[in-house]
Design a protein around this ligand. Structure first.
Ligand code: XMP
Length: 515
């Protein structure tokens, strides 16, 4: 792999993604990992990420110079560039000229890293210190007003560095520089494709599972669907997927999984209709946390019962030994980098599975980013409607009704939600927004007028948001015409609703969901 050494501040994940976009497999390792251990991983190349520190601060993470004599090509970025310069005998100093944001650099020299890109180009800078003098043997490739040495290389030793952030889109030729490093500097080929990922994972799943039985909780979301499709491709009928219809789904969701997904993948599917069980457990409950706990608990019960049934149907001697989870690489990185004790925090992916289920986990997406999961899904023939689905919470519409949940209220919300989704899709906005919860304020009524009569109905809230990762979000500035169409259709077609309102709160302070 190409190893991205993480010096903090969240740059490493983005670098790893860009490397993979260039068709080269990459992994992230913490800067605290000893050089010997880094080299044990047999890296094809190493990239040192940016970070928040100043290289001459007392507790600044340094780089062991041994890293540069192992014969592995290295690219230093921002902090990594300065740490590299300083480890190899160059000078780094505070210039007083902080550069932050879009900056123009001028190329010079005849080096290979920036070959084929313009003499003057815009890059994204974020630094207070700068490399004043390159270490011996290095050629200076670029300068900027705040950075006399803004890029350098020692082609003989295959060591390269840039002060700017090539991984961000604001650096106009950033991806080009990364690709020059990977293909030319390190001599790598772009072989990391969805097809290769599938072949590798299929082999790995077969090796792990043998001829044992496997189950997978299917939510209809992207991750569990693609994970299931991969395992199905690897071990076929040994896999049974369990889809729990808790009655809190949106219009068409159960059908999408039951028909489209099965038709596309040929997976064994066990659909459990647990609507009555969930609705009676939820009857009269208005507190959001209480709702979430009840839904989680009922989900576990239903899933366990389904697993028992699968075992019985398969014959007494067989046990289900493996459970498929759609854990993604960012989950792994965020829970400790996949180094040492694997801290699995992925239960939410499958809708709240029990912590104490005695299964071994199969996690075929553990090395993948979301966009790679989508590419793999498309390659496996998972329907586009599922591959491009926006996030939907495990507790479903149960936490989008403010007030008690019952079948009638669910029907009202389901109708309003279907209209909103239809119109957003028709306007081509699905990929612009992160998701758009539609919320029924079931305990609120307001006066309206329709035809000649007074109405006393419920408001529907539209909550369209844009986000990178759901940790923070902003409300989406949807076109007024689209909002108008959604509003007029909902109030016309759903008799219980006489008012549509727009949530214009960012996260924080609001969360994306209302409960
Ligand atoms: P909040 O409301 O916390 O939501 O801003 C952040 C993201 O998580 C989704 N969400 C959930 N997903 N189980 C899930 O699988 C849950 O219990 C759950 N609650 C919120 C939400 O839709 C948003 O994408």
């Amino acid at each position: 792999p190409v190893l991205v050494v993480d010096f903090g501040a969240q740059y490493a994940q983005l670098i790893a993604r860009r490397v993979r976009e260039a068709g080269v497999y990459s992994e992230i390792v913490p800067h605290t990992m000893a050089v010997e251990r880094v080299l044990e991983k047999d890296p094809a190349a190493i990239i040192l990420s940016g970070g928040p520190s100043s290289v001459y601060a007392e507790d600044a993470p340094g780089v062991d110079p041994a890293l540069f004599t192992a014969g592995v090509p290295v690219l230093g970025i921002c902090y990594g560039f300065q740490a590299m310069a300083s480890a190899l005998g160059g000078t780094v100093a505070r210039t007083g000229d902080r550069e932050y944001g879009a900056t123009v650099v001028e190329l010079r020299g005849s080096g290979s890293l920036l070959e084929g890109t313009p003499e003057r180009q815009q890059v994204w800078m974020s630094h207070g210190d700068a490399v004043q003098e390159a270490p011996e043997g290095f050629e200076v490739l670029a300068t900027s007003p705040g950075a006399p040495v803004a890029a350098f290389e020692d082609r003989g030793r295959r060591l390269f560095g840039v002060q700017w952030h090539p991984e961000v889109k604001h650096s106009d030729f950033g991806q080009a520089a990364l690709e020059r490093f990977l293909y030319d500097g390190a001599g790598l080929q772009p072989t990391w494709t969805a097809g290769n990922v599938i072949a590798e994972q299929v082999a790995a799943i077969r090796a792990q599972v043998g001829d044992a039985r496997v189950i997978c909780g299917l939510s209809g979301g992207v991750d569990s669907s693609v994970a299931a499709a991969l395992v199905q491709k690897a071990v076929g009928d040994q896999l049974t997927c369990v889809f729990v219809d808790h009655g809190l789904l949106r219009a068409g969701e159960a059908e999408q999984v039951e028909q489209d997904f099965v038709a596309a993948t040929g997976v064994n599917l066990k659909v459990v209709d647990a609507t009555e069980q969930f609705l009676s457990a939820l009857a009269g409950v208005t507190d959001p946390e209480a709702k979430r706990k009840i839904i989680g608990r009922e989900f576990i019960r239903t899933f366990e019962a389904a697993a028992r049934e699968i075992v019985e149907e398969a014959g007494q001697d067989e046990e289900v030994r493996f459970l498929v989870q759609g854990t993604l690489y960012p989950d792994v990185v965020e829970s400790g980098g996949g180094e040492g004790a694997a801290n699995i925090k992925s239960h939410h992916n499958v809708g709240g599975l029990p912590e104490d289920l005695q299964f071994e986990l199969v996690e075929p997406l553990r090395t993948l980013f979301k966009d790679e999961v989508r590419a793999v899904g498309l390659e496996l023939g998972v329907p586009e409607g599922i591959v491009w689905r926006q996030p939907f919470p495990g507790p479903g519409l149960g936490i989008r009704i403010v007030g008690a949940v019952d079948a009638d209220r669910l029907a009202v919300l389901r109708a309003a939600d279907a209209i909103a989704r239809e119109e957003l899709t028709a306007a081509g906005l699905d990929r612009d927004i992160w998701q758009c919860p539609v919320v029924l304020l079931a305990d609120v009524r307001s006066v309206g007028v329709q035809g000649d009569g007074r109405t006393y109905g419920h408001p529907i809230v539209l909550r369209p948001v844009s986000s990178e990762d759901a940790m923070t979000a902003d409300w989406s500035r949807l076109p007024y015409e689209v909002l108008a169409r959604i509003s007029s259709r909902i109030t016309n077609e759903v008799p219980e609703v006489n008012r549509v309102v727009l949530d214009v709160t960012s996260k924080p302070p609001g969360t994306i969901e209302w409960e």
